[in-house]
Ligand binder design. Sequence first.
Ligand SMILES: [Zn+2]
Length: 151
Amino acid sequence: MNCPNCKFKLTAVPYVHVTKIAGYTVTDKSGLSLACPKCVGKSINSEVLAQYERRAVCHLLTAPPTIDGAVLRYARKAIGLTRAELAAFLGVSERQIDACETDSMVTRQMRLALLGLVMCVEGGGDLQDLGRAKGKELVIGDPGKDPSTAA
Ligand SMILES: [Zn+2]
């Protein structure tokens, strides 16, 4: 994969990224995220930043004993869903999403549902594909398409 900024080949460089989410601080020292050796220290591009955000969200949805609605809201935004879209994905009402996002304690079911969606996006899945397959055969990826330029 190449850097969307300068097209330089992305590598795992030692880079500590701190994401602040709803009162939590997530310090990512894993070095597993791809980063551009040329652009690090200047400004990381929005796609790399989005990867760090999604990784931070994954950990926030699993690690703390409880989370509140603000984390849920952050997680939803990190995968670019509106309340209505998330409600449709989870098969609940928009009012329930609203209630969860203003709640002081989010249910374990809701955490796991969000985690599934975040991990799907992180793994390159397209949420818009949910339930779209016809029959029992799935085709993943398009060989004519450069994955580094995929939206
Ligand atoms: Zn770059």
